[in-house]
Design a protein around this ligand. Structure first.
Ligand code: BGC
Length: 414
């Protein structure tokens, strides 16, 4: 029988993921606050509003309790911690300490992300992740945060989706700094890899002082790239699809994983079909509100080769879908968890699953349009309401079996 508790790997923890900027609200003087002010967000919304989570930590922790999650991924905003270069804000750190305390008191294991797309403006205007000084700057920030939180946190993501940050900022120009340059893309990859390695060492050193063995990794954005068509077209597009996968993600995993990762953090959402005229969605397949293909089988296709190469525990640090009517989220979750259950049956230690996201939130260039939340947010009133899929996820977190047709799968957690 397929179970979420696999051989020799202990129970899989289920939880939710979020990031600081996408939910907190407030004027933090970050790169994204500026970017939105410059008019680059589709619906004209601004992260200054978001979910007002900064003032609603108690309420949102109660939602997590109600969801019965065992773990939660949250982000620390660098712009709040270090609003001016070298000036650290102790009250911001204390705020995060309080939030993490609340999680732990609720029996929820925190996974903390140190960088999730947004930069303090002073950093953004001084070369951000392209300047070599980023290694020293990031390490200094990480040292401050881990010294202050390391007694409460064991699990860290240093950088969320380095590939997406650099692709959007330097290849597509759709995110800050919007400066298209392939040379900068590769410089950024080098700098992010160095900064991650330096942070990895610092976190381990500080955690051993706290007597809390840390686990540190990257949350990689991985998708499946399949070639289009058949016959000659396919023969021509297979190498293009492979090259795309290598440049858009393979290089990142290779440069940033070996010897400086304690788990394989994977954010998985969809697949792209690569053709002679660019990327598209597989014909006739279901898609979400953003037009992304819903392709659960792809999760196994990204996890398996990575696990074979690195033999590290697998943490699905994000997986979710934009579904404002909540029409297919429940099925989405079920199908993806079943894939993970099978991987565990095959002996792959998938240890964690984080659903993106707890609540609807500020979805970068899409603003408030895309609805990824288990919990619906009315941005005008900031009221939160459970979607049906949230009730379903809560039942799965409590041990309800995953069931698809005649295939009954028992979930055992704990
Ligand atoms: C990012 C999240 C984002 C989600 C949905 C991931 O790539 O880490 O910040 O909201 O995808 O687009």
């Amino acid at each position: 029988m397929t179970e979420l508790e696999g051989p020799g790997s202990g129970a899989m923890l289920l939880g939710t993921a979020s990031s600081g900027l996408q939910i907190e609200g407030g004027e933090t003087n970050s790169s994204w606050h500026e970017w939105a002010r410059l008019g680059h967000v589709a619906d004209g919304s601004h992260p200054g509003r978001a979910n007002d989570h900064w003032n609603r930590v108690e309420e949102d922790t109660a939602l997590l309790r109600e969801l019965k999650v065992q773990t939660h991924r949250l982000g620390i905003e660098w712009a709040r911690i270090e609003p001016r270069e070298g000036r650290f804000d102790g009250s911001a750190l204390a705020h995060y300490r309080d939030e993490i305390h609340r999680l732990r008191s609720a029996g929820i294991v925190p996974l903390v992300t140190l960088h999730h797309f947004a930069n303090p403006l002073w950093l953004e205007h001084d070369g951000a992740w392209i300047a070599p000084s980023i290694v020293r700057r990031f390490t200094r920030y990480v040292r401050y945060v881990v010294a202050g939180l390391g007694d409460l946190v064991e699990d860290w993501v240093t950088i969320n989706e380095p590939n997406v940050y650099l692709l959007q900022g330097y290849v597509f120009g759709a995110w800050p700094p919007g400066s298209v340059s392939i040379a900068k893309y590769f410089t950024g990859l080098r700098m992010m890899a160095r900064a991650h390695r330096a942070a990895y060492v610092v976190i381990h050193a500080l955690s051993s002082e706290h007597n809390r063995p840390a686990r540190v990794g990257i949350a990689h954005h991985l998708r499946v790239f399949d070639a289009q068509g058949s016959g000659l077209v396919r023969a021509l597009t297979v190498p293009i699809a492979r090259l795309t996968a290598l440049l858009a993600q393979g290089l990142f995993v290779r440069t940033m994983t070996r010897r400086c990762s304690d788990f394989l953090g994977i954010n998985y959402y969809t697949r792209d079909i690569v053709g002679l005229r660019g990327r598209s969605v597989a014909k006739g397949r279901p898609t979400n509100d953003l037009g992304w293909e819903i392709y659960p089988a792809g999760l196994a296709r990204v996890v398996r080769p990575l696990y074979r190469r690195y033999r590290l525990p697998v943490w699905i640090t994000e997986n979710g879908t934009a579904d404002s009517d909540d029409a297919f989220r429940e099925e989405f979750i079920r199908r993806h968890l079943l894939v993970l259950a099978r991987l565990r049956d095959q002996g792959i230690p998938v240890e964690r699953y984080y659903h993106w996201s707890l609540t609807d939130n500020f979805e970068w260039a899409e603003g408030e349009l895309a609805r990824f939340g288990l919990i619906r947010v009315d941005y005008e009133t900031q009221s939160r309401s459970f979607r049906r899929s949230a009730r379903y996820f809560a039942r799965v977190c409590s041990g309800e079996p995953l069931t698809v047709g005649s295939d009954r799968t028992r979930t055992r957690i704990g």
